[in-house]
Design a protein around this ligand. Structure first.
Ligand SMILES: [Zn+2]
Length: 317
């Protein structure tokens, strides 16, 4: 048996070497630059740190003195950071549990060593998955949370990490306001009524910088949207909309878009995700209103800038 296995191994090795040899001869004959090809393969295997810093360098001018909203491409999950020109930063959500390194590398590439606030919009794993890892690495002054609790291990681990770190938490409700540097935040959700699901209990934030306005919807859906329309229709107007629930049809209505009238919409979604996000109905609604729609599955990391009067963007892909 041993001799047989040996001869089998030797035969396999010869076949492998012949295949590699023929492949190299084919490449040489075809005129393909092997060095360039090897470089491309190496780049495609590039580390999270390389990708994060290459994207940040491409999108954000070193001497930028504008407000920056940087949407971190974590696939079908949310993580974004708002960096004000006066050096203050807010992280909104922290992706899935395997997104920690890319989020940390991105924050590092953007020169963010400390967070003035962290917002956990709601306790689903695609929004708080890497919260523990991030809070362990980067000091934060406060964590803003919705008072909708979850019974998941991910949520319990986040609460434990916050308690161990001593970072204060504040439950956010509609009407609450806070300032981070020159940016003024107003919470439009969750509202007084109790929602029976986490998505509708998402913290929805309006961020104002000069005359420009950014609306972060979290994963808020129909119920929360109609409540916001009833209570805050005047406040919803924004230049930039982080579309709710990864572009789900349940999170965008024409009434809501008519109140927000965004110039630019951002959808956080993964390529070929299991939910079919973003839904075609959402894309059609945005398209029918002439909204420029950016998607992390197509545009990867996205940087949006504001000088207080105008808003513009750049995308990594
Ligand atoms: Zn989500």
């Amino acid at each position: 048996m041993a001799a047989k296995r040996k001869s089998k191994t030797a035969r396999a090795a010869i076949i492998f070497l012949c295949t590699v040899g023929f492949f190299l001869i084919f490449l040489l004959g075809s005129g393909i630059d092997i060095t360039e090809m090897a470089g491309q393969i190496w780049n495609s295997l590039g580390s999270s740190e390389n990708t994060a810093s290459a994207h940040a360098a491409k999108l954000v001018p070193e001497d930028s003195d504008s407000l920056l909203l940087y949407i971190i491409d974590t696939g079908n999950s949310d993580s974004m950071v708002l960096r004000s020109p006066d050096g203050h930063s807010v992280l909104i959500d922290a992706g899935e549990s395997d997104d920690a390194q890319y989020i940390l590398d991105t924050l590092s590439a953007l020169g963010i060593r400390k967070l003035d606030a962290v917002v956990a919009t709601h306790p689903h794993a695609d929004h708080i998955g890497s919260m523990v890892a991030i809070l362990k690495q980067i000091p934060a002054d406060v964590v803003y949370m919705t008072d909708f609790a979850a019974s998941t291990q991910t949520y319990e681990d986040m609460l434990d990490a916050i308690e161990a770190s001593g970072i204060p938490t504040v439950d956010i409700n509609s009407g609450d306001t806070f300032d981070i540097g020159a940016v003024h935040f107003t919470a439009l959700n969750p509202q007084d009524r109790i929602y029976d699901d986490a998505n509708n209990s998402s913290i929805v934030l309006l961020a104002e910088y000069g005359d420009t306005r950014f609306l972060f919807e979290g994963d808020a859906e129909d119920e929360a949207i109609s409540d916001m329309l009833a209570q805050y229709s005047e406040l919803l107007d924004a230049d930039v909309l982080k579309v709710g629930h990864h572009g789900s049809r349940n999170a965008t209505t024409s009434e809501f878009l008519k109140a927000v009238t965004p110039e630019t919409a951002i959808i956080t979604c993964g390529e070929e995700n299991d939910y079919g996000h973003p839904h075609q109905e959402t894309l059609d609604l945005l398209g029918s209103m002439g909204v420029t729609t950016l998607r992390t599955d197509q545009d990867s990391d996205i940087a949006i800038f504001s000088d207080g009067a105008a808003v513009w963007y750049a995308a990594a892909a």
